[in-house]
Design a protein around this ligand. Structure first.
Ligand SMILES: Cc1cc2nc3c(=O)[nH]c(=O)nc-3n(C[C@H](O)[C@H](O)[C@H](O)COP(=O)(O)O)c2cc1C
Ligand code: SF4
Length: 387
């Protein structure tokens, strides 16, 4: 547990062609297994929110049989309050592309796609230039891995890896049943690694500095550094790279405005931590690995915050499964009814049960995670929910 928020500079450290140097050095030594081992040992977990160990994903993908495999960089970045992938693709795209190429090389993939959020269309020109530079480096070492860009259509659910794949295949962006997982049967039925933008950039840096160096940062539970998109009532809004494992108290001391009442960790899919828990709560431990960190001071109505989240969920639910399609709407109507006195405060208990039922019965992470913010706000700020 870290009692101080510590800024680090790994992912945004300056570079020129160094990211491709890393790829070339490992490629020359032909040490695929060692690279996978290095990522495994580093303890790197996916930075897209679910926190799956990256080394394990790459190892499973490498073990899949077949000549055609895909590597997809998930740059959909639809979680409210998250804007770090945009910064990475703008400032250090080479680290991301090189991370993708290292992944492709060790897993035996020949095709890559950057799935870009539609609102980031303006980044395409710069990325295409970077891809031209990448091609020259790939050619020099004879790496057969082509990367193209696919523009999303602006749905939050399409950030979910299987909905993303469906949309790339020209279908409605709806999550698939899992298993099979994308590494078994992904894009067009081929084994597919889907990783977040930051995961690829971090993997590139781990290949450069080594697993031991990376593991020196963090705690026994969380290793390395991570980007945080900080917004709300903070004098230091923006993207900050911080050592993992800090308490909310340490975070608020650095990024709060002196009057912080709650922090939403991991976006709307994450938890809202109240002031009384700042000392004991550690960012990332049991409260998702997403980047979005929204700071609320005492002038904020937590009813309005929750209302805003539920409007978002009701709008973004793809409607494929009933618990989520109907549940999101009912939670929204329910808190409105309690706030206007049409329902008694006890009705909140029924809504909490509904949210928990959604966690168990919804098909994908969208419906499953509504309960995180819902229950943490209703339980901790109950007095603000009632008439
Ligand atoms: C509703 C929903 C939206 C998601 N949006 C994103 C996203 O924008 N970017 C992302 O990397 N992962 C997103 N994810 C997580 C992906 O499904 C997947 O776990 C991730 O891309 C895997 O990469 P990682 O292992 O590097 O984290 C989302 C998941 C859900 C359920
Ligand atoms: S949980 Fe929601 S977003 Fe996910 S498949 Fe079901 S309806 Fe669609």
């Amino acid at each position: 547990m870290l009692n101080k928020a510590k800024k680090v500079d790994i992912i945004f450290s300056p570079y020129s062609t160094a990211p491709y140097q890393v790829l070339k050095e490992h490629h020359k030594e032909n040490n695929k297994a060692e690279v996978i081992d290095r990522i495994l040992k580093s303890g790197l977990r996916g930075r897209g929110g679910a926190g799956f160990p990256t080394g394990l994903k790459w190892k499973f993908a490498a073990e899949q049989q077949g000549d055609i495999k895909y590597v997809i960089c998930n740059a959909d970045e639809g979680e409210p309050g998250t804007f770090k992938d945009r910064k990475l693709l703008t400032e250090v795209p080479r680290k991301v592309i090189s991370g993708m190429a290292i992944c492709a090389w060790v897993t035996g993939s020949t095709k890559g796609v950057i799935y870009l959020r539609r609102e980031y269309k303006y980044l395409i020109k710069g990325l295409e230039k970077e891809l031209d530079i990448y091609k020259q480096h790939a050619k020099e070492i004879g790496l057969n891995f082509d990367i193209s860009i696919f523009l999303g259509a602006g749905a939050y659910v399409c950030g979910e890896e299987t909905a993303l794949i469906e949309s790339m295949e020209g279908k409605r962006g709806e999550p698939r049943n899992k298993p099979p997982f994308p590494i078994q049967k992904g894009y067009l039925g081929y084994p597919t690694v889907v990783n977040n933008v930051e995961t690829f950039a971090s993997a590139n840096m781990i290949c450069r500095i080594g697993a031991d160096e990376y593991r020196k940062l963090g705690t026994d539970d969380q290793h390395g550094s991570k980007l945080f998109s900080i917004s709300g009532d903070s004098p230091k809004e923006g993207v900050h790279e911080l050592e993992l494992g800090m308490t909310l108290e340490a975070f608020v001391a650095e990024f709060g405005d002196g009057d912080t009442k709650a922090v939403q960790v991991g976006g709307v899919a994450g938890f809202c931590i109240p002031r009384k828990d700042f000392k004991s709560a550690v960012i990332g431990e049991g409260n998702t690995t997403g980047s979005s960190t929204m700071v609320f001071n005492s002038t904020r109505s937590m009813y309005n915050v929750l209302h805003n989240y539920l409007e978002f969920y009701a709008e973004e639910s793809c409607g494929q499964c009933t618990p989520c399609r109907i549940g999101c709407q009912q939670l929204l109507k329910g808190i409105e009814a309690v706030k206007t006195g049409k329902k008694s405060p006890e009705y909140l208990n029924q809504l909490l049960k509904l949210a928990d039922t959604m966690r168990i019965t919804s098909k994908c992470g969208l419906g499953q995670s509504v309960t995180n913010s819902f229950s943490s706000i209703v339980n901790n700020f109950r007095e603000e929910m009632i008439y």
